[in-house]
Design a protein around this ligand. Structure first.
Ligand code: NCD
Length: 310
């Protein structure tokens, strides 16, 4: 597959081969980085358009571009942009592509990244569109699992929390369906994974167990992927108040887990993982943060078409 100029909008746009390829390139870049910064993207410019808050995604994309020897322009909030004057997303994208070689976009509206990709000539990478998709997070999640276990196949993976509004778990579940895994979907009743995603997983032959009780399934798991309740996506605050604080991973909960269980989280966390877990052998979430850089370097380098010979 020719990567140059390609958009990365949904994890569904990638085959298993594509995913494995990105992960392998990321691994090679991580190795190369140990010798110092690289210059594959010298002279290239990344534009980051963040219409929603972000810490890790934006900064790791920026770090990745700098580590590839390129440079970055962009905005981290619409407050000081012409969006405030009423400029449309399409016009903003058509403008920014005049200044850049690749665009990374995060937007509260589902489908915003697809729209941007349709109008832009330069590659567009989706850094999260509403509750829909977050494909680059998924790639770094898979990279983290592979680095920790040496494989993805054969693992029992639990997704815990807000499976209804969480875009990270929507993308991740769809990607995991390409592997030979058992999936446990653990959430309060009100925050269950959308039915169409569960059906799709089952159609692809994945064993899926849905439950509201973490304690019943925790002894089985190799990976527990925890998510924050996506408060900002709830149509009404009353609904949020019904589920607030309804689950927490702490050392007591982890007493029944396998020694080798790894706890992951895309972050930010609120109260769903107690900080006492951070120092335990189970915590993988800060290593997971680190994976964002090599994986996003791989994506930027591939879509820019500057990694020949790596
Ligand atoms: C996630 C997101 O923005 O969807 N954060 C991230 O990119 N690491 C998860 C979240 O906000 O809960």
């Amino acid at each position: 597959m020719n990567w140059k100029g390609r958009d990365v909008v949904s994890i569904r746009d990638l085959s298993k081969n594509d995913i494995e390829f990105v992960l392998n390139v990321a691994e090679r870049l991580e190795e190369e980085l140990k010798k110092g910064s690289l210059d594959y993207a010298r002279g290239k410019i990344l534009a980051t358009l963040f219409f929603e808050p972000s810490t890790r995604t934006r900064l790791s994309f920026e770090s990745a571009m700098h580590r590839l020897g390129g440079s970055v322009i962009g905005f981290s909030s619409v407050a000081n942009t012409s969006v405030r004057k009423g400029e449309s997303l399409v016009d903003t994208v058509r403008t920014v592509e005049q200044y850049s070689d690749v665009i990374v976009i995060r937007h509260p509206m589902e489908g915003a990244a697809r729209l941007a990709a349709e109008v832009a000539e330069v590659p567009v990478i989706n850094a999260g569109d509403g509750s829909n998709q977050h494909p680059t997070q998924t790639l770094l999640d898979l990279y983290t699992i592979k680095r920790a276990f040496g494989r993805i196949d054969g693992l029992k993976i639990g997704l815990l929390g807000d499976l209804k509004y969480g875009r990270t778990v929507h993308s991740l579940a769809e990607a995991l369906a390409l592997y030979d895994v058992e999936l446990y979907l653990i959430s309060p009743e009100l925050l269950r994974m959308p039915g169409h995603i569960v059906e799709e997983l089952q159609e692809r032959g994945i064993e899926v167990k849905e439950t509201t009780k973490l304690e019943e399934v925790i002894p089985e798991l190799d990976v527990l992927y925890v998510t924050r309740i996506q408060r900002e996506r709830f149509p009404d605050e009353e609904e949020y108040l019904k589920v607030r604080g309804s689950y927490q991973v702490n050392l007591k909960v982890l007493e029944n887990a396998k020694e080798s269980l790894k706890v992951m989280h895309p972050l930010p966390r609120v109260d769903e993982i107690h900080p006492e877990v951070d120092k335990s052998k189970h915590a993988l979430y800060f290593r997971q943060v680190f994976s964002g850089v090599p994986v996003r370097m791989a994506l930027l380098g591939l879509t820019l078409g500057v990694l020949e010979g790596i």
